[in-house]
Ligand binder design. Structure first.
Ligand code: COA
Length: 163
């Protein structure tokens, strides 16, 4: 298992990989009308950094951390369903937090489903705590509202210090 910065060659894999994770939510929530995931190229075009997890030559997961003017937000963490439960998600998360620390960030925020087993509980076991969403997350909250995410369960913001 390896976690490394994403290269240009990795980017085409990221959108389909995230879509495969969304199918897990569709099974839990009973059908979803979420739009296709952002492409890797779209993700690479905004300030922040992208990490991938690989199994041999195959990209099996990624983490995308946004740089919100010096505040860092884990915008996506996704592992291909067939490769889950083997530590890739945890390894990506630790590498993302380390990446923020190396860039001088004091904490990492994220938005997630509080009670979906592989969301809130997964992050709580890894040091994240629930907070009121800070004002800088207003664009993310607007996207959540537009997509109707809260129809399927309680959404929460979480934060973890990097030290
Ligand atoms: C969240 C995610 C990245 C974790 O990836 P992963 O490679 O399975 O992560 P790990 O193997 O390191 O750990 C999996 C953890 O999730 C838990 N988990 C996964 N599926 C579960 C399920 N159906 N029920 C209960 N727990 C589950 C495991 O028990 C394990 O927790 P633990 O190690 O603390 O005991 C992956 O589930 C995923 O991509 N999900 C779809 C996208 C998503 O929800 N992303 C996060 C959005 S905020």
């Amino acid at each position: 298992m390896t976690v490394r910065p994403a290269t240009a060659a990795d980017l085409p894999f990221l959108g389909p990989l995230e879509d495969s994770g969304d199918r897990q939510f569709a099974e839990l929530f009973g059908g979803l009308d979420w739009p296709p995931a952002d492409s890797g190229a779209e993700r690479a075009a905004v300030p922040g950094f992208l990490l991938v997890a690989t199994d041999g030559a195959q990209v099996v997961g990624f983490a995308h951390v946004l740089d919100l003017a010096g505040h860092w937000h884990l915008e996506q963490l996704s592992v291909e369903p067939g490769h889950q439960g083997r530590g890739h998600g945890g390894a990506l998360l630790e590498a993302a937090v380390a990446g923020v620390r190396e860039r001088g960030g004091a904490e990492v925020t994220l938005m997630t489903y509080a009670d979906v087993p592989w969301n809130g509980p997964f992050y709580r076991r890894r040091g994240f705590v629930e907070i009121e969403a800070p004002a800088r997350l207003a664009p993310m909250l607007a996207t959540e509202e537009r997509m109707g995410l809260a129809r399927h369960g309680r959404r929460t913001a979480m934060v973890r210090p990097t030290r």
